[in-house]
Design a protein around this ligand. Structure first.
Ligand SMILES: *Cc1c(COP(=O)(O)O)cnc(C)c1O
Length: 393
């Protein structure tokens, strides 16, 4: 079944006695009642399928999990209260019976760096960073560290690098490490990491999947080997998504492939327009044929679906000029987050990369004149007109 069809149908129309709701209701009950205690006992023992307590599972959340699992072609999924809770749960599951050591890509989401450095490392996990876009260096780091887990993003933030995910999966397998991929920026329309050999694909559903700026959530999709340990861990620590958020996310996902196609097409137009603008020094876009990872993009992503994020540098601009351009925007939303229906702009130096020293930022290639745009579903002409006006000020 095509992803557009799955997005609309999977997970819905579960029979509830004599009737079948067309879409999945919001089940708010925290516990479940059965005619016989015998049956409740079997459900507690997990000998019979059924719901008993919402920290274990919930029908609204189970429907969302079935849907996202189907989009990612995994063995099962577990929805969490945030993207960060999902990343934490995936890494914990990966490390459960492996060496307590992680090699992570050096360009990852700020809170993921904090999770590794401020939570896992103090808890005794060995953490090391390496360049996933340089396979020889990455292989060397893995053979030195012999990690239990490798962590990376499909498309990095904010410079939008794309590593050869399938080759990294081979390196992980040879080393006996579990590969956890944060697939938030690519979405399952562009890339399904489990098909390429990853063990876990994780999303902040807050972004493209829910897509309307009204849900905070995350999800872990995994393979057969890790599904039971993932569920068991979650039953104990309870980082689960609530039924209201599950409902909103499922509703959002019905149009996710359509939105993402439009956002990718809009991003290609905006990136081309920016590249030709005299005030723009440099544009970072995964669809650019001159992108440093263009070969990986061509090999791993579908043609014309290369992502909807565009980063760009304004020639000679510092903080003051950047703020001036941002404040001159009339439609594009100045706010953190990404993947929503509306176009959003963010200054990484002020937000996602605020805690990193200027020197370290410079080494990472994140300059003081860099802006990051999450392109929405508006008419491309209107997005371009807003940027044009702001850049002319
Ligand atoms: C937003 C984001 C996260 C964290 O997700 P939350 O839902 O905010 O917890 C993790 N990774 C990436 C790439 C993100 O963009």
């Amino acid at each position: 079944m095509d992803i557009h069809t799955k997005a609309v149908h999977i997970g819905d129309r579960k029979k509830a006695g004599t009737y079948t709701p067309v879409t999945t209701p919001i089940h708010t009950a925290t516990s479940y009642f059965y005619e016989s205690t015998e049956q409740l006992d079997r459900i507690f023992a997990q000998e019979e399928q059924g719901y008993c307590y919402s920290r274990y599972d919930n029908p609204s959340t189970a429907a969302l999990e079935e849907l996202v699992n189907s989009l990612e072609n995994g063995a099962g999924a577990l929805a969490c209260a945030s993207g960060m809770a999902a990343i934490h749960l995936a890494i914990f599951t990966a490390l459960a019976d492996r060496r307590k050591s992680i090699v992570a890509a050096n360009a990852i989401y700020g809170a993921s760096v904090s999770l590794l450095m401020n939570v896992l490392q103090p808890a005794g996990v060995d953490v090391r960073f390496a360049d996933v876009c340089n396979l020889d260096d990455f292989r060397a780091a893995v053979s030195e560290s012999r990690p239990g887990c490798i962590f990376m993003e499909t498309i990095s933030n904010p410079l939008l690098r794309v590593a050869e995910l399938d080759r990294i999966a081979e390196i992980a397998r040879e080393a006996g490490a579990a590969l956890v991929v944060d697939n938030t920026f690519a979405s399952p329309l562009l890339c399904r990491p489990l098909e390429l050999g990853a063990h876990f694909s994780v999303h902040s559903v807050t972004k493209y999947l829910a897509g309307h700026g009204d849900v905070l959530g995350g999800i872990v999709v995994t393979d057969r080997e890790h599904l039971d340990p993932l569920r068991a861990l979650s039953r104990t620590i309870g980082p689960v998504l609530g039924p209201f958020e599950s409902y909103l996310t499922m509703r959002g996902i019905k149009t996710f492939p359509l939105r993402m196609e439009r956002q990718c097409a809009n991003a290609a137009r905006v990136a081309a327009w920016l590249a030709a603008h005299p005030r723009i020094e440099r544009v970072y876009f995964t669809g650019d044929p001159a992108h440093p990872d263009a070969a990986a993009v061509r090999r791993l992503f579908p043609p014309d679906l290369t992502g909807a994020m565009v980063s760009f540098e304004i020639r000679g601009a510092g903080r003051e000029e950047i703020f001036h351009v941002m404040d001159a925007l009339q439609m594009i939303v100045r706010a953190t987050s990404l993947g929503d229906v509306h176009t959003m702009i963010l200054y990484p130096v002020m937000s996602s990369h605020r805690e990193i020293s200027p020197k370290h930022r410079e080494r990472m290639g994140i300059r003081d004149n860099l802006l990051r745009l999450s392109v929405g579903i508006e008419a491309a002409e209107d997005i371009i007109a807003d940027l044009d006006r702001a850049l002319a000020q």
